[in-house]
Structures are given as structure tokens and as C-alpha cells.
Write a new protein. Structure first.
Length: 386
């Protein structure tokens, strides 16, 4: 059985590590006729070493078999280049299925290309909704869900979203065999698989804590990359003013900066604010962190502040509370559990949320599966295709 895994953006490379491990494990325990051959296609959406190659090296993921090198561009340009390249790969060689992750432009392109030539799509991280159509990711995930054969959803909320939208739930082989329709399967979260699998290794291999001279529980970790924040001078200013004021209380603030944010900072912040930030000894602006460094930072931070979906979740896995720099989140379980507070890009709400999370006891119930989601997903894919 041949599967094409499509990745392109940083978080997908990380998610794919869990699936590749599941494939390797499967092949060790199955005879040659039942083996799964995974071919990895990288669209090239992320191309900087610290946004892409570092993760392959660190996580031991097989190098991509194909790289389309699409690079940056407007949504239309970037997605069109990807569709063209993926279509070519799928027509030149036979694949039983395509595996897609999350909600990026690479996911969208994979879904459009595969569906038009009738290759079944397996969507990992299906069913999530922000209910905010201004987010490119919301459009991407809705389109991908609607074109997928099996929608693997990580959470109960994702499952409910899909059932309300009229998708049929099953994890039964009999059901898959009846028709080749579209099915919802609650699978747990492959990111939780990875965080559990790599946590100890990350502690051993990462030297980020000593390199930055950080003490556990004594610093804030912040990441900002969403267009709604990076493209708005008001939003970016409010977030950085809040981070500056926290740094001025004596707390260190570590900011691994996404290339998008790095490029826009001088345009969007006043020269004065930029100067305060760059001269503040408690603010550490660093390049995008490797996965092991990021895991260590998330685990040891007192608070995470982020507009990233993945970072919200990883903070939760490591029992670190999060100030969410967005008006809404797909990971509502984290907010409902009291471990995250939505603060948008509002200075006052950020500071209040920070103070609240620093001062109250917080629980982190198990919400994201059993750390074996990828094994379960692979089993279901094989069932579907047999
Ligand atoms: C993308 C995903 C987002 C995900 C994020 C993780 C979409 C629509 N968005 O956002 O859901 O959370 O990845 O990081 O797919 N750039 C570089 N080097 C790189 C990559 C990007 O310099 O290696 C710069 C370019 O200027 C580019 C900009 O960052 O134009 C944005 O990159 P893009 O891939 O379009 O979206 P992200 O913001 O990374």
C-alpha cells in the first residue's frame, strides 16, 4: 500500500514524525504484502533551515522524497504552484491515499489536487473550527474536511463540529466496507504522541535553558506569527507593549521570532518601542527554535503567550498555562479547563490574564488522547483501503 504524506509548514513536519514512526512500527510487525510505503512530499512552503530542515534532522523523520520548492507568495500563487506540483506527482505514480495535516495552504493544495483525481484523502486534525472566516486556516480546514474520506479528529469538540455538519461517525471496518463515503473517527492528537515521545530526549539534548541562562518557572515564552497580529500595527504594538511591561517587572521574556514577524516588526512598531524592546536586558528575541528547544521552553516557562494553535497545546501537555493572543481558539478545551485565557491582542486583557494565570492553581486534565493516536490512525487507514 502506497501513501503520499504531504507537508509544507513547520507544524506539519513535526506532526508527520508521529505518523512516520507508526509506519515504521507497522512494517516491522507485518509481512511484506501488508506493508505500507510512505512517500513524503514537502511543498516547500517553509524553506528556511530553522523552519524546516532542522526538524527532519532532530526528529529523525525520513527526508522528503519530493520537494516542490514553492516558497513564499500570495495565497493564490503559493497554493496554485502546490496544486500543480502535487497533481503531477499523483498522476505520474499510483498512490492508494493521501495523508494531510492541519490547515495550512499545503493542506488545501493537497486536498484540491487529490480529490480531483479521486485519490482518497485522510485528514489528520480534522473538525477544528475557529468560526472566524477571516483566518486563512479556517478556509483551508473547511475545504480539506469536505473533500476528505476519513476525518481524523483529535478532540471531542472537533468530533461534535463534524457530527453537526452532517458527517457520519465510525471506526468500524464493516462501515468502511459498505460504501466509500466520508467518515469521522475520533483519534486523539498526534502532537500529544510527539510531545510524550520526545520529552525526555529533548531535556537531554537541548541546551537552551543554559544557553539563555534561564531558570525553570522564571520566564515567559511568547510566539507571534498570525497575520491578524503581524499585519496590524495596533495588534503588534499592544502585544509588544504588554511583553515589555512584563519584562520591566524583572521577568525574562523569551521570543522565538517567526520570519513573518521578524520582517514586519520594523514596519509595524514605532522606532521608540522597537528601541525599548531591543535594549531591554530581560527580552530575548531569538531565531525560530528547534522542536527540542521549544519543548524545553514550553515545559519550563511560567506562562506561555501565543497566537499559535500548536504552542497552546504543547504548553498544555507540559502543564504550562497560556495567554492566547487571539480572539478565539480551536482548542476550546484548554480555555474551558481554565488553563488558557483568550486575551486577543488587547494590552489590558493580556496583562490581566497573565496575572490571573500566575496566581491561581490550574489543572490539566488529559484531553488529547493516549499518546498513540498515529498508530490508531494508520490502522484505520489500512482498514479503509483494504
Ligand atoms: C503557516 C500557516 C499557519 C501555521 C504556520 C506555522 C498557512 C495559511 N498558514 O503560516 O497556519 O500556523 O505556517 O509556522 O498556511 N517565511 C520565511 N521563511 C520560511 C517560511 C516563511 O521567511 O521558511 C516568511 C515569508 O516572508 C512568508 C511568510 O514568512 O511570506 C509567511 O509564511 P507562510 O508559509 O505563508 O505562512 P506562515 O505565516 O508561516
Amino acid at each position: 500500500m502506497r501513501l503520499l504524506t504531504i507537508i509544507g509548514a513547520r507544524p506539519q513536519i513535526i506532526k508527520a514524525a508521529a505518523f512516520s514512526r507508526a509506519v515504521a512500527k507497522w512494517n516491522v510487525t507485518h509481512n511484506i504484502e501488508s506493508q505500507v510505503q510512505e512517500v513524503i512530499l514537502h511543498t516547500g512552503q517553509h524553506y528556511d533551515d530553522n523552519m524546516s530542515a532542522v526538524f527532519f534532522r532532530e526528529l529523525g523523520i525520513p527526508e522528503p522524497d519530493i520537494n516542490l520548492h514553492v516558497g513564499s507568495g500570495s495565497h493564490g500563487t503559493q497554493t496554485a504552484r502546490m496544486i500543480e506540483g502535487i497533481e503531477q506527482v499523483l498522476t505520474e505514480s499510483h498512490f492508494e491515499g493521501v495523508v494531510l495535516y492541519g490547515d495550512t495552504n499545503s493542506t488545501l493544495a493537497g486536498a484540491v489536487a487529490a480529490s480531483k483525481i479521486h485519490v482518497p484523502i485522510f485528514h489528520i486534525e480534522a473538525g477544528l473550527r475557529s468560526w472566524n472566516m477571516a483566518m486563512p486556516e479556517e478556509i483551508n480546514r473547511i475545504v480539506c474536511d469536505s473533500l476528505s474520506s476519513v476525518l481524523f479528529t483529535p478532540t471531542e469538540t472537533g468530533r461534535q463540529n463534524l457530527l453537526h455538519a452532517g458527517y457520519v461517525e465510525t471506526d468500524s471496518k464493516v462501515h468502511f466496507h459498505n460504501t466509500k463515503g466520508q467518515y469521522v473517527v475520533l483519534s486523539g492528537d498526534v502532537m500529544y504522541d510527539n510531545s510524550s515521545f520526545f520529552a525526555t530526549m529533548a531535556e537531554q539534548k537541548s541546551d537552551i535553558m543554559s544557553r539563555l541562562n534561564l531558570e525553570s518557572g522564571q520566564f515567559v515564552l511568547a510566539t507571534i506569527h498570525r497575520p491578524a497580529n503581524t499585519d496590524s500595527a495596533d495588534n503588534l504594538t499592544s502585544i509588544f507593549r504588554a511583553l515589555l511591561d512584563i519584562a520591566n517587572t524583572g521577568r525574562k521574556v523569551v521570543i522565538p521570532l517567526h520570519p513573518r514577524t521578524h520582517k514586519l516588526l520594523p514596519d509595524k512598531l514605532s522606532a521608540e518601542l522597537l528601541q525599548y524592546i531591543s535594549s531591554n536586558p530581560n527580552i530575548y528575541i531569538i531565531p525560530p527554535a528547534s522542536f527540542f528547544d521549544m519543548i524545553c521552553l514550553e515545559k519550563h516557562a511560567s506562562i506561555v503567550m501565543t497566537d499559535s494553535g500548536g504552542v497552546q497545546k504543547e504548553a498544555f501537555f507540559f502543564a504550562t498555562p497560556t495567554v492566547i493572543l487571539r480572539p478565539e481558539t480551536e482548542w476550546v478545551e484548554i480555555v474551558n479547563a481554565g488553563a488558557g485565557i483568550l486575551a486577543d491582542a488587547d494590552y489590558n486583557r493580556i496583562i490581566t490574564a497573565y496575572q490571573e494565570l500566575m496566581n491561581k492553581p490550574i489543572h490539566f486534565p488529559p484531553l488529547f488522547g493516549d499518546a498513540h493516536a498515529a498508530d490508531f490512525i494508520l490502522e484505520k487507514i489500512v482498514e479503509y483501503l483494504n
